[in-house]
Design a protein around this ligand. Structure first.
Ligand code: SF4
Length: 203
């Protein structure tokens, strides 16, 4: 089957200046494939002042979008204040989370921000939809396909989310890009697991 390119017009994509900010090293989970696990030994948070300074500097450089990551961002005691700062500056915000603490928040806390939850499976100890608390807060899900995933599990995860949550978007993600020979997307750093080792672990 060929994709009918002639039926679609490709729109030029503008460059969006995005800041990825890791607000906490605390996390309630210990996922095998956690890219941040070497950084999480000290359980520290960035302060609200530090956050404000970084955001102000980012805005002077034309910043438009902030991705909030951790550790587990919902564990940061000042997350709501951080979201307010972003909203006041008309910044688009996406929070990457495991979703386990959504029941500690209200829908209104995330106005103007998107939540993206990564899941590994329907049932299980780690990142399963069965472990998500019941909530009316809308979110998107990224289902991480790994060497242990199967189609039945993926379908039942999607079904469960559709029936019981306000899940707007369901992505299926794989990490095949990890062995992209040009290393366009990832480079090894001192605090992260070497990319190829990570790929062996999860793929
Ligand atoms: S939930 Fe995220 S930050 Fe926490 S251990 Fe798992 S991958 Fe790492």
């Amino acid at each position: 089957m060929f994709f009918p390119w002639n039926k679609y017009e490709e729109l030029p994509t503008g460059r969006r200046n995005t800041l990825q900010i890791f607000i906490t090293n605390c996390c309630n989970l210990k996922c095998d494939g956690c890219f941040a696990r070497n950084a999480m030994a000290d359980n520290s948070n960035i302060s609200l002042d530090e956050y404000k300074k970084v955001v102000e500097q980012f805005i002077t450089k034309g910043g438009q979008q902030i991705n909030i990551l951790g550790g587990e961002p919902l564990l940061h005691p000042n997350l709501k204040e951080m979201l307010k700062i972003n909203k006041d500056h008309y910044l688009k915000t996406t929070i990457y989370t495991n979703g386990y603490f959504l029941n500690k928040y209200k829908k209104e806390d995330f106005q103007g921000a998107k939540l993206r939850i990564s899941l590994y499976c329907k049932s299980g100890n780690l990142k399963s939809v069965d472990n998500l608390p019941k909530t009316d807060i809308p979110f998107e899900v990224c289902y991480m396909v790994s060497k242990t995933s199967d189609l039945e599990d993926l379908l039942s995860t999607a079904k469960e989310l559709e029936s019981n949550y306000s899940c707007d978007v369901f992505f299926i993600s794989s990490i095949r890009e990890l062995d992209n020979p040009k290393k366009e997307f990832f480079t090894d750093t001192k605090i992260t697991m070497p990319v190829l080792e990570y790929k062996d672990l999860v793929h």
